[in-house]
Ligand binder design. Structure first.
Ligand SMILES: [Zn+2]
Length: 342
């Protein structure tokens, strides 16, 4: 039995997570991982049950969805559970241990896309001016935000559905707002792009990340969006990490692997990282968009070369995408929901 990479957060009771720290529960009190998994599985898909420590009486239950974890905590916390030998469980949300080890980021961080050398990933520094940055921030700050568990978002063009990581292509919210017109114009002149492609961006997601909040590793759903994904960083910098899992390997649930990897020499998947300063525009396309997971580590402090870069109090990203009509026909079938054989 290996100790999980999760910890029970102190003073973070309000921080929702798909992972639950469950006390008074485990093999030492007569409850096998299988039984625990089946009982928690009635609230949603359970990705795994792990020992929280060596006691045998505390486990981490990892759900696929935060909503399932919320339902389980509501139903099971503090009540005797007949299906679990009548034991009274004590449950809290759990976070990956890495959130506590904030300066332990050993991966070298590239400052340019050429240094990163991943096909399809491009970065343009100072894509907009500081004045334009200010205006974009002012424009979104007077509009309503949708509150997610750790960050705030706004959607334009089409709503993004986090449950399915997809869009409802029939639910059109309207044209992209005029305050991004000049950004869309500049996208058309993005180096190496054919003009027809770049004209058609019709979905914008604005994300606001407080300091220390990142993004779980994921690939934007192939069937949801076309090839080109543009992401503009505003207000503060971050590091973006890219991961490529070898052909045919099991893809672990988002957070589980986060702190089990300590160097770029990891044998399970390739890792690369790039520094995204404020006002830079990142383009994910081709292999970089279809086959590499992208991930923002949950750090307050990033190490870039010999420099320590503190995350600003907020980072806002504008992600421009084009809603896909019809199935994806990419050549990266392992990652393609349109072509996946289950
Ligand atoms: Zn695809």
């Amino acid at each position: 039995m290996t100790e999980s990479g999760f910890t029970c957060p102190k003073g973070l009771d309000n921080q929702f997570s798909p992972n639950l720290y469950v006390a008074n529960c485990g093999p030492a009190v007569g409850l096998s991982f299988d039984i625990i998994k089946s009982v928690f599985g009635t609230f949603g898909e359970v990705m795994g049950v792990h020992a929280a420590d060596n006691s045998g009486a505390r486990v981490i239950v990892c759900f696929h969805e935060v909503t399932a974890a919320q339902a389980a905590i509501k139903a099971l916390n503090g009540f005797p559970c007949p299906a679990l030998r009548g034991r009274t469980l004590h449950i809290r949300y759990s976070v990956p241990r890495q959130q506590k080890v904030q300066s332990d980021y050993s991966l070298p961080v590239s400052l340019s896309a050429s240094e990163l050398a991943t096909p399809g990933i491009h970065l343009v520094h100072e894509f907009i001016t500081a004045k334009e940055e200010e205006e974009l921030l002012a424009a979104v700050d007077i509009r309503p935000w949708k509150i997610l568990s750790k960050r705030r978002v706004q959607h334009y063009g089409h709503e993004f559905l986090y449950e399915t990581r997809n869009v409802d292509s029939k639910q059109f919210l309207g044209e992209l707002p005029s305050f991004v017109s000049h950004v869309l114009e500049k996208i058309m002149s993005f180096p190496g792009l054919d003009e027809n492609n770049s004209k058609l961006m019709d979905q914008l997601t604005v994300n606001e990340y407080p300091s220390g909040v990142g993004l779980s590793p994921h690939i934007d759903t192939h069937s949801a969006f076309d090839d080109l994904i543009f992401s503009l960083s505003l207000a503060g910098p971050c590091i973006m990490e890219f991961r490529k899992y070898p052909e045919g390997t099991w893809k672990p649930p988002d957070d589980v692997i986060v702190d089990k990897v300590s160097s770029s020499q990891c044998s399970t998947f390739a890792r690369k990282a790039i520094f995204l300063p404020a006002r830079s525009m990142l383009l994910l396309s081709g292999e970089g968009r279809y086959a590499w997971h992208h991930y923002i580590p949950h750090h307050k402090i990033d190490t870039v070369g010999d420099h320590v870069v503190r995350r600003s109090s907020r980072r806002v990203s504008f992600t421009f995408r084009k809603v896909r009509r019809g199935p994806c026909c990419c050549k990266y079938k392992q990652y393609c929901d349109s072509q996946m054989v289950r």
